[in-house]
Write a protein that binds this ligand. Structure first.
Ligand code: SF4
Length: 225
């Protein structure tokens, strides 16, 4: 792991880990370049905080917080995330991982060693549109992570960010079909694109209206606005 893998810490959140009071560690760097990403500074910037500083921060929150969210950027870029999670667990915090799924091996190690309690997995786009949206061609790695979590019956959620001009309802329905075929039966979270001045690309606000009424009902869809 780089000496300073963490870009920033959000001291407190009641929203990011279902039913838990948590802190968020934002890992610098990412192996995707999603057009709608609004964390440009985190994706392109350098880390500022060491593992040790993050662990000291947790010591100061013992008894006040229950959990840590590992977000970013992409936390699974860091090979020694496993050791970091061991140290967090020794302090009796639960761990939620936000991931784009491109490191199935590390996710597998974390799950099989009980080093993560909950995962939010981004399903960025159907395979044929994955490269366009993420600038990364490794859909199959993402799919391995997805298949593994389904087979393990691990507590996790799948979510997609929707920019109406990039992903139409037909494409979201293809994702729903694919999830269903693979055996996923959890809730499927959709979050609307948020236009900010920290967007990674030159993407503008949507021109097309998303036709929610045409969404497939194979899975329960939950919107996070
Ligand atoms: S939205 Fe995409 S580019 Fe931004 S942090 Fe997540 S995976 Fe990386």
């Amino acid at each position: 792991m780089s000496l300073k893998p963490i870009y920033d810490i959000t001291a407190f959140t009641a929203l990011d880990y279902p039913d838990h009071l948590a802190t968020i560690f934002w890992f610098a760097k990412c192996n995707m370049r999603c057009q709608y990403c609004y964390n440009k500074d985190i994706v392109l910037g350098d880390g500022e905080i060491t593992q040790e500083q993050a662990l000291e921060f947790l010591d100061s929150r013992a008894g006040l917080l229950e959990a840590v969210v590992l977000s970013g950027g992409e936390a699974t870029l860091y090979d020694d995330l496993l050791e970091f999670c061991i140290k967090i667990k020794e302090k009796n915090f639960k761990i939620k991982l936000d991931t784009n799924g491109l490191n199935p091996l590390l996710v597998q190690l974390l799950v099989e060693n009980n080093l993560v309690d909950y995962i939010a997995l981004d399903y960025k786009a159907p395979k044929e549109k994955f490269l366009t949206i993420t600038k990364n061609k490794h859909f199959d790695d993402f799919a391995k992570t997805l298949n593994f979590l389904i087979a393990k019956d691990f507590p996790f959620e799948v979510r997609t960010t929707v920019h109406n001009d990039l992903l139409r309802v037909e494409e979201i329905n293809r994702i729903i079909d694919d999830l269903y075929k693979r055996g996923y039966r959890g809730e499927y979270y959709l979050q609307s694109f948020l236009f900010t001045d920290t967007i990674l690309s030159k993407l503008k606000e949507e021109k097309i209206t998303f036709e929610r009424e045409k969404l497939s009902d194979k899975l329960r869809v939950v919107w996070r606005e």
